[in-house]
Ligand binder design. Structure first.
Ligand SMILES: Cc1ncc(COP(=O)(O)O)c(C=O)c1O
Length: 325
């Protein structure tokens, strides 16, 4: 029986395209590389969070909320897409960004403000208190705030990627295509939890590999497995042995989160100059750099097909200009 999914508010252009990257595949001389363009979900420069926000936004409206509150890094793509979703749904938006307020108003930080969000700054270790204060202040003036966790990664947000996996399988069936591996950037775990659960629920038989952007593999695996299991329970899907399907590679953490190195620079330039597609410096550049390295090490064979799931983030590019060229 087809499971019943919660309501969503339409925010994304779906389905996102799936394309074959001929010039890049030829250049690397390994498997056939394909890409799924979730950088083209459409909401204020798109990205993976738009799929999550379709369900989080619907839940906020169902609860009678009039304001979205969330948190992220100074160049958070999630924060920018949340600001855009709030604007689209006629809700207010407050963002608690972690770290130092940057001197330059650029990238996502610029877009957050153009989209009408109120931006607050907090040191990482005080962030929860800062979020608590923003929520309390909003309630004190009669607003009804709805809190979205870091990365939109709870069972409601992850549902967006369960259905994204169904979308991909429908595209594969229509084109008589099969992918041996799906590879993407993983950080707060919601994308991977949804993909792993959707793969199980809708019968994808290939491998799913999350390339960690900022967490050690064991910690991220535990987080993704717990979220996939909780999401299965939330949706009434089979949660048995989901943890075994969670595969994370943490070989590409480099100098740390949002520190751009040669791995990211090479990946961004190769994708841009061979295919005319932009990656981002923090997530997809790092993950695609990891995929290039794995191909060079012979982790995939020539006859295989690998899908790189582009999760967006290109709005951050200008903020990293000095480290990209
Ligand atoms: C562009 C981009 N790719 C990938 C991710 C990782 O997604 P998740 O947090 O669901 O693991 C993020 C999260 O912020 C992102 O902005």
């Amino acid at each position: 029986m087809e499971p019943k999914f919660p309501e969503r508010v339409p925010l994304a252009f779906l389905p996102t395209p799936v394309e074959r990257l001929d010039r890049l595949s030829k250049h690397l001389g390994g498997p056939e590389i394909w890409i799924k363009r979730d950088d083209q979900t459409g909401l204020a420069m798109g990205g993976n969070k738009t799929r999550k926000l379709e369900f989080l936004g619907a839940d906020a409206l169902a609860q009678g909320a009039d304001h979205l509150v969330t948190t992220g890094a100074p160049q958070s793509n999630h924060a920018r897409q949340t600001a855009a979703a709030a604007a689209r749904l006629g809700l207010g938006c407050s963002l608690v960004l972690r770290g130092q307020k940057p001197a330059a108003v650029t990238g996502n930080f610029l877009l957050d403000q153009l989209l009408g969000a109120h931006v607050y700054w907090s040191e990482s270790h005080e962030c929860n208190e800062a979020i608590g204060r923003v929520m309390a202040d909003l309630r004190a003036i009669g607003r009804r705030p709805y809190l979205i966790p870091l990365g939109g990664s709870n069972v409601i947000g992850a549902t967006g990627y369960v259905l994204a996996m169904r979308e991909l399988l429908e595209q594969m069936a229509a084109e008589h295509l099969n992918f041996d591996f799906i590879v993407f950037a993983s950080s707060s775990g919601g994308t991977q939890a949804g993909i792993v659960l959707g793969a199980r629920a809708f019968g994808y038989r290939g491998g799913v590999l999350g390339i960690s952007v900022d967490h050690p593999a064991e910690a991220l695996k535990t987080q993704v497995a717990a979220l996939a299991t909780a999401t299965a329970t939330h949706l009434g899907l089979d949660a048995l042995a989901l943890a075994e399907a969670v595969v994370v590679n943490d070989d590409y953490l480099g100098e740390g989160y949002a520190r751009v190195g040669e791995n990211e620079r090479e990946a961004i330039k190769l994708m841009a100059q061979l295919e005319g597609i932009l990656l981002d410096p923090v997530y997809t550049g790092r993950a695609f750099g990891g995929l290039i390295d794995l191909i060079r090490w012979g982790a995939f064979t020539r006859g295989q097909r690998v899908l790189f799931w582009h999760t967006g983030g290109t709005a951050a590019l200008p903020a990293f200009a000095d480290r990209l060229l």
